[in-house]
Write a protein that binds this ligand. Structure first.
Ligand SMILES: [Zn+2]
Length: 109
């Protein structure tokens, strides 16, 4: 992955901008160009997620990808946002304190 593309992805994730279909009420993250439920009838608008949610599942990373060696051990988790969609994110906190259902909120680093 090229560096500029990597950073663009990070910006989208940190801003938590997704889309909301005003026709069926569904929320999408990452943003979509078309509502898969409504198709042509969907009306999508940008939506900024609060980032609050709960931990669906997680894994503790001990052997890090290149560039992340100094951060180990760290936690990668799937967070289910209050509005519905799930996203993968690094979870900040003591790996021993992680549990499924843990309430999370966004931190900006
Ligand atoms: Zn829809």
């Amino acid at each position: 992955m090229s560096v500029p593309r990597f950073w663009r992805k990070q910006v989208a994730r940190y801003n938590l901008i997704g889309t909301h279909c005003t026709n069926c009420g569904a929320y999408y993250y990452p943003p979509r160009n078309m509502c898969p439920t409504c198709r042509r009838d969907g009306k999508l608008e940008n939506f900024k997620f609060s980032g609050k949610g709960e931990l669906l599942t997680y894994t503790v990373i001990h052997t890090a990808a290149e560039g992340f060696e100094k951060q180990t051990p760290y936690v990668l988790g799937i967070v289910k946002l209050e509005e519905g969609p799930s996203l993968t994110s690094q979870i900040i906190g003591d790996p021993a304190s992680m549990r499924i259902g843990l309430k999370v909120r966004p931190v900006f680093r």
